[in-house]
Design a protein around this ligand. Structure first.
Ligand code: NAD
Length: 233
C-alpha cells in the first residue's frame, strides 16, 4: 500500500466540465493567442485588454461544475488511510474546490484572485478587476494584476510542492499534456525519489517514459474506477 499521494491536474481534467483545453483549441485560449493574453509582456503592453480577457473568462469559469474526476479526488481524500493526498493544479478554474477537494496548490494562480504588483497583497473576488482597481492594502492604483502566472513569471507554492514531490510514493497526472515547464518535470522528480507514476489522458503524452502506467480515456470515466480499485488494495 502506498504512502503520500500527489495528484497533478491539467486542463484535461476540466474538459468534461465544458472548459476547453489549449490543445482542443489549437493553442488558443478562448479564441485568443497565448502571446496576447498569457505573457507578462502582453500585460505590460496592454493591461486593459488582458483584464478584459480574464474578466470574461472569470464569468465562464464561475458557472462551470466539477465532473466525476474532480469528485473522485474528494472520495480518495476522504477514504485513503495510508497518507495525505495533495492536489497540485495547473488549472486556474476552481473546480477542485467546488468538488470539495482539500490540500490544493494552484501553481499557475487562480481566476478569482488579483495580486498587487506594488505590495503583493492578494484579493479574492468574482467581480471585475481592471486598471482602476485600488489595492485595499497599499492604496496603489492600476497595480492589481490577475493572479494568473503568466509565461515569464515564477510559479506559486513551489517550496511546498517540491517537498510534496520528494516525499510522495504515488504520483498521478490527470489531463496534462506535459508541454508546460516545470510541471512536466514533476513525474520524473517523484520517480527519482522512488514513487510509482501513472497518467490519465486521452492518449500517451510526450513525457510518457516518465510514467510506469498509462490509462487512456476520458478522466471522468477512468479515474473514478481507478480510485475505487485503489481504495480496495
Ligand atoms: P493542455 O491544454 O496543454 O493539455 C490538456 C491535456 O488534457 C491533453 O494532453 C489532452 O489530451 C488531455 N485531455 C483532454 N481531455 C481529456 C479528458 N477528458 N480526460 C483526460 N485527459 C484529457 O493543458 P495543460 O497541460 O494543463 O497545460 C496548459 C496550461 O493551460 C496550464 O498552464 C493551464 O493553466 C492552462 N489552462 C487552464 C485551463 C483551466 O483552468 N481549466 C484551461 C485551459 C488552459
Amino acid at each position: 500500500m502506498y504512502g503520500d499521494i500527489v495528484i497533478l491536474s491539467g486542463a484535461g481534467i476540466s474538459a468534461e466540465s465544458g472548459i476547453p483545453t489549449f490543445r482542443d483549441s489549437d493553442g488558443l485560449w478562448n479564441n485568443h493567442r497565448i502571446e496576447d493574453v498569457a505573457t507578462i509582456e502582453a500585460y505590460y503592453r496592454n493591461p486593459e485588454m488582458v483584464h478584459d480577457f480574464y474578466n470574461e473568462l472569470k464569468k465562464e469559469l464561475q458557472n462551470a461544475e466539477p465532473n466525476p474526476a474532480h469528485k473522485a479526488i474528494t472520495r480518495l481524500q476522504q477514504e485513503y488511510k495510508n497518507g495525505t493526498v495533495s492536489v497540485v493544479t495547473q488549472n486556474v478554474d476552481l473546480l477542485h474546490e467546488k468538488a470539495g477537494n482539500k490540500n490544493i496548490y494552484h501553481i499557475h494562480g487562480q481566476i478569482n484572485q488579483a495580486v498587487c504588483m506594488n505590495c503583493a497583497h492578494v484579493i479574492t473576488t468574482w467581480g471585475d478587476v481592471d486598471t482602476q482597481t485600488v489595492c485595499p492594502q497599499c492604496g496603489a492604483v492600476a497595480m492589481m494584476k490577475p493572479n494568473i502566472v503568466f509565461f515569464g513569471e515564477n510559479l506559486l507554492y513551489m517550496d511546498k510542492v517540491d517537498a510534496l514531490l520528494h516525499k510522495c510514493k504515488l504520483f498521478i497526472a490527470i489531463g496534462t499534456s506535459g508541454a508546460v515547464y516545470p510541471a512536466n518535470t514533476f513525474a520524473r522528480i517523484t520517480k527519482y525519489h522512488g514513487a510509482d507514476t501513472i497518467e490519465f489522458n486521452l492518449h500517451a503524452t510526450v513525457n510518457n517514459y516518465d510514467f510506469d502506467k498509462h490509462v487512456m480515456g476520458k478522466a471522468g470515466e477512468t479515474f473514478p474506477e481507478y480510485v475505487e480499485n485503489l481504495l480496495k488494495v
